[in-house]
Design a protein around this ligand. Structure first.
Ligand SMILES: [Zn+2]
Length: 215
């Protein structure tokens, strides 16, 4: 049972298709594990299609969940969520598709002790989808996060100062969090991660801001 979920706004954006590709992948990965959020997405999808039939699509944008629900008081009940197929793969299908082969064959690097990372894709908003891997029982040194970061546990789990996380948990970290994750002792921990692309200080504008950087 997952304990950490996307926000209601993120689920509505996912249902309405207005979410970025990278965030869509993160939410879809969480939905693989979470029946409660699957049901919320189905309800929001039904609401969105009900609105689409009665209003111009742009009028639906920006409504909060309660307003959306109030608009469809008389609509049909949400569809029943189909049971998940029997798992033949190691990770959720959306993650397997991005890995596209053997996870060990990806180009891994180790930015910190007990942590290995790799990138899978960059989306239209510059968000980078990647994987993090922590050795069973390994502790990653204390660090903060640059900008916003989403992690979804796809195998194993870890704990930090804020809680304990297991498969399916959707974790939102930002620059305010300083944490030192500890992977569960009984198996390696794998995470799908969404991070903002690093800001580059070199390039066409670098020497305009600081002429001394001009080669
Ligand atoms: Zn959920």
């Amino acid at each position: 049972m997952t304990q950490w979920h996307p926000s209601q706004d993120q689920l509505i954006e996912f249902a309405s298709g207005s979410i970025s590709s990278a965030m869509s992948i993160a939410v879809a990965t969480h939905l693989h594990y979470c029946k409660a959020c699957q049901a919320q997405v189905k309800t929001a999808e039904a609401a969105a299609s009900a609105l689409f039939e009665t209003q111009a699509p742009e009028q639906a944008v920006g409504l909060d969940f309660d307003s959306l629900m109030a608009k469809i008081d008389n609509s049909e009940p949400p569809q029943i969520v189909k049971p998940a197929k029997v798992k033949a793969r190691r990770f959720p299908a959306v993650v397997e598709k991005l890995i596209d082969g053997e996870v060990n064959a990806l180009n891994w690097s180790s930015p910190m002790k007990n942590l290995h990372t790799t990138s899978l894709m960059k989306d239209e908003n510059g968000l980078i989808v990647g994987l993090h891997h922590m050795q069973a029982g390994g502790r990653v040194p204390a660090h903060t996060h640059r900008g916003n970061e989403i992690s979804v546990v796809i195998e194993g789990g870890f704990s930090d100062e804020l809680g304990t996380y297991d498969a399916g948990d959707f974790i939102h970290l930002d620059g305010k969090h300083n944490h030192s994750p500890l992977a569960h002792a009984d198996g390696d921990c794998w995470l799908l991660t969404i991070v903002e692309a690093p800001v580059k200080l070199t390039g066409p504008f670098g020497w305009i801001i600081n002429p001394f950087l001009k080669p």
